[in-house]
Design a protein around this ligand. Structure first.
Ligand SMILES: *Cc1c(COP(=O)(O)O)cnc(C)c1O
Length: 402
């Protein structure tokens, strides 16, 4: 047989392509039969290679692409970023998502995209670094901010300047007192003033809260935290309800500032998100058990956790959250000194900043946030991880004991 006819025979014997070997991009974009975030996270990010049927996504590190295939240079957008963005958009129920080199890159790109001579309103208590950026750095970009009282809808109304305010920023639960804002009510207030509603949903990933369904326009995540979940990626994400002019500006800002996420980080983020639902369930269960144990600890004056029925935002949290998440704070009767001592005595809770990883972290937050911070000096912030809950409680009890 000639070489050509051997090849033809082999081709003829080749089985028809299996049904599952469709392009993953087509699968995830077109199959709407499964909408639950747990299913999307665990499974829809599985099919990535039309030829081989790989069930896990690939790292796609190329920084430039032959013309004619829809891509040009990585900083604008890249295939590996789009994999992650499709999953995020599906998880939040939005039209599109964009990933960034950090949560700060995501938040600031969104805010500067509102244009210059812009006013936004934001909570008094929120992620301190972004709050400081809004107050101190944003004016240089033509953006001014008025702060409202967390969880107080009248205070949001009063902070809005009709005709000038372009966005209401909400973080719920908010760092580090975990106060709750009613997203649906805030959406009504913002929209009545023709302003957008932006939600920092870092501590409430989409298996817990889906802000776009409640009326928000854009959701922001520090994907460094629960979305990735393993304390080994710095990343940010925005998910928009609709691809509109603002979204175009954000796209432009990402490329212009160069805040695009790296290829390996994008892949790690996808990998981390596969276990999002089980992780969040365990975070919520453990945090609830730690919170209940802390209520009866003699060294503790306040337990701040939205899952507790005496938390001021509990009812709204129960309405808009599925589980109450892994973040809580405690305040100590012994004041700042007792707080400073306790973080040196825990063994399982590591004394470090950040949150949302598998390991539990404890931080004396006031001194970290500096003199302008509204955070009480007796407050300890806990990121409750996935360890055995009894071990976590025992560790805190020994650290808070005499
Ligand atoms: C960490 C964090 C941010 C900032 O995200 P980075 O990824 O650290 O840039 C924003 N908001 C909240 C609530 C955070 O916890």
């Amino acid at each position: 047989m000639s070489g050509a006819s051997v090849a033809m025979t082999i081709l003829a014997l080749k089985p028809a392509p299996a049904r599952h070997s469709m392009r993953w991009e087509d699968f995830i974009m077109t199959d709407d039969s499964f909408t639950d975030p747990a299913t999307i996270a665990a499974s829809m990010i599985g099919i990535s290679d039309a030829e081989t049927g790989d069930v896990a996504p690939h790292v796609k590190p190329a920084t430039t692409y032959e013309y004619g295939k829809g891509y040009s240079y990585y900083r604008g957008t890249a295939p590996g970023l789009e994999d992650t963005e499709r999953v995020l958009a599906r998880l939040e129920g939005g039209e599109a998502a964009m990933v960034f080199a950090s949560g700060m890159a995501a938040a600031t790109s969104l805010l500067v995209s509102l244009g210059s001579d812009t006013h936004v309103v934001a909570p008094e208590t929120m992620y301190w670094f972004l709050r400081n950026w809004m107050i101190k750095d944003a004016p240089a970009f033509g953006l001014s901010v008025t702060l409202y009282k967390n969880g107080d809808l009248d205070s949001i109304r009063n902070a809005i300047e009709p005709g000038k305010t372009k966005a209401v920023w909400v973080e719920t639960p908010a760092n580090p007192d975990w106060s709750i804002t009613d997203i649906a009510a805030a959406a009504e207030i913002a929209h009545a003033a023709r302003a957008k509603l932006f939600i920092d949903s870092t501590t409430s990933p989409p298996v817990i809260t889906r802000p776009l369904e409640l009326g928000a326009d854009v959701v922001m995540h520090s994907a460094t935290k629960f979305l990735n979940g393993h304390s080994d990626v710095l990343a940010g994400a925005l998910i928009t309800k609709e691809k509109n002019d603002l979204w175009e500006c954000v796209n432009h800002a990402r490329a212009g500032f160069g805040g695009t996420l790296g290829a390996f980080e994008s892949w790690l983020l996808l990998r981390g998100m596969r276990t999002l639902d089980v992780r969040m369930q365990r975070h919520s269960e453990n945090a609830m058990r730690v919170a209940e144990a802390m209520l009866s600890n003699p060294a503790v004056s306040h337990v701040l956790y939205p899952g507790l029925s005496d938390h001021p935002g509990h009812e709204i949290a129960a309405k808009q959250m599925k589980g109450f998440g892994g973040m809580m704070s405690i305040r100590l009767k012994g004041g700042a000194d007792a707080a400073a001592r306790a973080v040196l005595r825990t063994k399982l809770f590591r004394n470090a900043t950040s949150l949302g990883g598998t390991e539990s972290l404890i931080e004396h937050r006031g001194p970290v946030e500096g003199p302008d911070s509204p955070t009480p000096q007796d407050l300890l912030r806990l990121s409750v991880g996935l360890e055995n809950a009894a071990d976590l409680i025992a560790d805190l009890e020994q650290a808070l004991g005499q």
